[in-house]
Design a protein around this ligand. Sequence first.
Ligand SMILES: Nc1nc2c(c(=O)[nH]1)N[C@H]1C(S)=C(S)[C@@H](COP(=O)(O)OP(=O)(O)OC[C@H]3O[C@@H](n4cnc5c(=O)[nH]c(N)nc54)[C@H](O)[C@@H]3O)O[C@H]1N2
Ligand SMILES: Nc1nc2c(c(=O)[nH]1)N[C@H]1C(S)=C(S)[C@@H](COP(=O)(O)OP(=O)(O)OC[C@H]3O[C@@H](n4cnc5c(=O)[nH]c(N)nc54)[C@H](O)[C@@H]3O)O[C@H]1N2
Ligand SMILES: [Mo]
Length: 729
Amino acid sequence: MRGDEVLSVRGDEDDVFSRGFLCPKSQGLKQLHDDPDRLTKPLVRRDGELVEASWEDAFAAVDAGLSRVLDGGDRDAVAVYLGNPSAHSLGPTLYGPALLRALGTKNIYSASTVDQMPKQVAAGLMFGSGLSVPVPDVDRTDHLLILGANPLVSNGSLLTAPNMRGRIRAIHERGGKVVVVDPRRSRTAREASEHHFIRPGTDAHLLFAIANVLISEGLADPGRAAEVATGIGEVEMLARPFTPDAAAGVCGIEASEIRRMARELAAAERAAVYARIGTTTQRFGTLASWLVDVLNYLTGNLDREGGAMWPLAAIGQRNAAGRGGVGKGVKVGRWASRVSGRPEVLGELPVVCLAEEIATPGEGQVRALITVAGNPLVSTPDAGALERAVADLDFMVSVDIYVNETTRYADVVLPAPEPLAKAHYDTALYQLAVRSVANYSARSIDPPHGQPQEWEILLRLAAIAAGQGADADLAAWDELVVATLIGRDLALPGSRIEGREQDEVLAELGDRRGPDRLLDFMLRVGPFGDGFGADPDGLTLAKLEATPHGIDLGAMRPRLPDVLRTPSGRIELAPPEIVADVPRLEAELGSRANGQMVLIGRRQLRSNNSWMHNLPALVKGKDRCTIQVNPADAERLGLLEGGAARVTSSAGELVGPVEVTEDIMPGVVSIPHGWGHDAPGVRLGVAAEHAGVNSNLLSPVDVDVPSGNAVLNGIPVEVTAADREPVAV
Ligand SMILES: Nc1nc2c(c(=O)[nH]1)N[C@H]1C(S)=C(S)[C@@H](COP(=O)(O)OP(=O)(O)OC[C@H]3O[C@@H](n4cnc5c(=O)[nH]c(N)nc54)[C@H](O)[C@@H]3O)O[C@H]1N2
Ligand SMILES: Nc1nc2c(c(=O)[nH]1)N[C@H]1C(S)=C(S)[C@@H](COP(=O)(O)OP(=O)(O)OC[C@H]3O[C@@H](n4cnc5c(=O)[nH]c(N)nc54)[C@H](O)[C@@H]3O)O[C@H]1N2
Ligand SMILES: [Mo]
């Protein structure tokens, strides 16, 4: 920095976790700071146009708009959509819950149901909390089986580990093996010892067949975890029909190969199975997610060093709070969506329901929408239908930094400060990290005069939703938030502040306000915290502020049985909600590839879902929003490299440029998501020049049944040569 000028962005070699490794997207930070299209002042719709307004006027417009809808007396008339960056920003993570409580709506949606929800449902039902996701211990494993993940590009997801290329190379160097299962030869597949193409959507068949081999060949040896597990008999019974021979035809991997994969997994001294979005955003997402940990269990690798382990984060981890070993568990289906009756999942409704909840008249109809850090018109299924629905809302407010495909429909846009102008502590991703780490970054610059922090914007919205108008006392709201947090911990048996007085704890937090005070509290009551005096050497925010390169708290350690929060106090290997979905999978055992092309997505290194395409460093070079097809399909379908193809599904149609590549499995086409930036009203000058097409125009409303998660991979499509310019239709 020079004053407020950002000169460059580079990694911190002294950082205890990243060791200076940066993702290329970091180069976008400076350009984001300088981006003339990035909003710093609110926009309010006047005579149909979004125009700049003062913060006072903008909040007054929100109050008027939301009140109009809420005065009808139906809290469900307001829906909320929380997008991906809201999990990585202290405003939404720490103050979002206050907004949701104030709204009192059951129409809560998020990017989770186009992402990892199946894994959370599986982990929740098996281990008792939605973030009890076992993470592969990549630094100590000898054998890593990866399905539907491309960590060399994504940098690891539900697996926080910088420099995955280096970490994977280290597995090779210590004589280990990395096996990748993916319908594409991804960057990660290229670094692997072995890669298998798989027919999209059939991972659960493959994983069940591996379990079948382990069981029938007597290779299962769960070890210590067996002492606290229940349901293995049911798993054995369920696996019986999924022989390698039966699964081979479905997933396109030979039976002999499946057997070999199973035997090598069992034979490895320390092995881990890891799967990500290719296995969750598909028809059998929950079953696949469950089977991953069934395999980790059967091979004795669950909760073992070098296997799949539960991280221990310094902050916010439910499975480390209070007395361990037993808990309330998680429930799904406590209520249902109004129109299609889709079950609630971990407190929210599947986002595939949003369009119909807006468009279908009747009691409980959604008439207003709040989006926070989300671009659902690009990132969620049946994008065309959602766009028509959103255009018809009575009121919409977006907390966002751009006027993009979604926020152009808002009546009010409230800009959050850029990342450099916000303090940060990753409350979410450290819960999934391969080492216990604590690190706090103060903001590097101040937001422009008058621009509130994101947490203040959310609290202001909460106050408006609670009927207090546009100028309520936010300090009082902040007191309420911190009091709620402390109160909840005090009520927890086994809390580190059990028996203390609320006022006394609050007083010890001193003069801090906002997220800093909440963080200080969470750190101090966390597993590494000072416990408000109990362990004077423990963590506090002050200690982190004095340690700018972060504090490394060690590698993952075995956590059974304390990590469990199931009502039974056991690992539930066969939760009824999951078992109930097995017949749906079994019904497909006889299916074979039938010539129908299927669509999958892919992520790109210099991209972040839909929103970093306005930063020149990240979009320069060849257009990346291409339709990838295998040479055999290209020849059969008459498609030429660089020519145009029309892709049609039951939901819609688009035309885009063809890329012919051996890297994709025959019968499969791949289009990355997050593009299509040339829509009218979008204010993204750079992105519009690299517009691409919105792949979610092709995603129909189709879900993984137990989780309600959208199916974004394995969508049946027709592909034909197109003679006109690539455009979205
Ligand atoms: N077909 C297909 N669809 C997919 C996927 C796929 O693989 N295939 N992946 C899915 C996945 S995993 C995800 S997570 C979703 C993502 O879906 P979304 O979360 O809906 O979309 P993003 O593109 O992440 O949009 C982020 C939004 O946040 C804004 N933003 C950025 N930083 C901030 C900030 O600090 N504060 C605020 N308030 N706003 C900010 C951006 O301008 C943008 O509007 O997409 C899903 N959609
Ligand atoms: N550079 C960059 N990094 C990102 C993001 C980004 O947009 N860009 N997005 C972030 C987000 S929000 C997320 S959720 C994570 C996701 O992180 P990852 O899950 O690692 O994401 P992808 O790179 O999409 O990898 C998914 C892989 O699944 C494959 N696949 C598709 N269908 C199937 C299938 O049916 N079976 C199998 N076995 N494989 C299949 C695809 O070919 C692809 O290689 O990445 C995060 N990191
Ligand atoms: Mo995601």
